[in-house]
Write a protein that binds this ligand. Structure first.
Ligand code: ATP
Length: 366
């Protein structure tokens, strides 16, 4: 899927950013090491206040690290002011000039750089085409929709041909349907231009849909970096598993480890296979995660992995969540796709079995 190369576009080496002193001290970033590849759609994902925007601001040059360095294609960019960095930013607020035309907004940065008129016109035409806005070129920005403004902001940021584009929650002001449409658009534009995109969001679904790789952040540090599949199906720790979607946690005991697979013993004594994070050797009591859609409700026979009683059934449109109180006491959610008949076939209070698919349980790091 990804056409990202292995060369680092951006390398973050031991970067920290501390604001204030004494009781007001805030460590916004705490010793970050990260390589973002050329031509990659890379997402910084995490809850509000985890340091995503701070990291973007350091790359853009609007702020400076307290310690550490940032390399762009191998060169330390610390001495470069923002306007000399081959980096541009798309802000959440778009920051467009409302009374200027679409075309003048897109060409504004190039004009400031003193580019010749003919070159600006050609580049603006190219950008209008890239974001499918050619027909709107003479409209005032105040007369176009939010989604169209987003396209103009993107075109304006790409016009000076940056090597890296920073996008700080650019879709958060759009409604759900438009956001979905723009996610596809952004992905297309990134693939067509081959520019490295560093995208900030706190929306896990958005991150999973768009990214080649995701860095999950919490309180100034990176918790896990990997492909959407790694992050969703092989979370290394509880924070990542929890943040990235609904999941079930079960306390189990490691029965054996062979190569990169373990066998874990459930409370019932039954053993199931499980994977575990790189550079760990699981032993003793551990927690495993199983996503709700990786299990199904079955008859409560010995073939079932787990057994319990249905506590609630929650209709979600395309799916239904069946919450089962396990015999061991904890709650386990199974997500089942709805059929046309609309009924998921189980009712509250019913005794059921749960069949966990092979190879879906993941052991968390301590
Ligand atoms: P959000 O999603 O809400 O934008 P974020 O993940 O982008 O959050 P940052 O804006 O990077 O988070 O902030 C990280 C931490 O640093 C927060 O605790 C914030 O309050 C603090 N912080 C950011 N800028 C400053 C500043 N100029 N002075 C003091 N503290 C700051």
């Amino acid at each position: 899927m990804s056409s990202a190369s292995d060369k680092a576009a951006i390398e973050i080496r031991g970067v920290s950013r501390v604001y204030g002193t004494g009781p007001d001290k805030v460590t916004a970033l705490d010793g970050i090491f990260l390589k973002i590849k050329e031509n990659e759609f890379f997402t910084l994902l995490g809850p509000s206040g985890c340091g995503k925007t701070t990291l973007l601001r350091l790359i853009a040059g609007f702020d400076f690290p307290t310690t550490g360095e940032i390399l762009l294609h191998g060169e330390d960019i610390a001495p470069l002011p923002p306007f000399r960095r081959p980096v541009n930013t798309v802000f959440q607020s778009y920051a467009l000039f409302p009374h200027m035309s679409v075309a003048d907004n897109i060409g504004f940065g190039l004009k400031m750089l003193g580019k010749p008129k003919a070159e600006i016109e050609a580049r603006v035409a190219e950008m209008l085409e890239l974001v499918h806005m050619t027909k709107m070129r003479d409209r005032q920005v105040s007369q176009i929709s939010g989604g169209q403004q987003q396209r103009v902001a993107l075109a304006r940021a790409l016009a000076p041909k940056p090597k890296v584009l920073l996008l700080d929650e650019p879709l958060s002001a759009l409604d759900y349907k438009l956001r979905k449409e723009m996610q596809i658009e952004l992905k297309r534009v990134q693939a067509e231009t081959g520019i490295t995109f560093i995208f900030v969001t706190h929306d896990q679904e958005e991150a999973l849909t768009m990214s080649d790789r995701i860095a999950v952040m919490s309180t100034g540090s990176l918790r896990q970096v990997g492909s959407p599949w790694d992050i969703y199906d092989r979370p290394a720790e509880r924070f990542v598993a929890d943040f990235i979607g609904e999941t079930n946690f079960l306390e189990v005991e490691v029965a054996s480890v062979t190569g990169d697979r373990a066998s874990v013993r459930l409370r019932s004594g039954r053993e199931i296979p499980a994977t575990f994070p790189d550079n760990t050797t699981p032993s003793g009591k551990v927690t495993i995660v199983i996503r709700p859609e990786h299990a199904e409700v079955v008859e409560p026979t010995d073939a079932a992995t787990l057994k319990g009683t249905v506590e609630s059934v929650v209709y979600l449109g395309t799916d239904t969540n069946i919450n089962v109180r396990l015999d061991g006491g904890s709650l386990f959610t199974v997500r089942q796709q709805n059929s046309r008949s609309g009924s998921c076939g189980v009712t509250e209070g019913q005794g059921v079995g749960i069949l966990v698919s092979d190879d879906v349980a993941q052991i968390l790091r301590d």
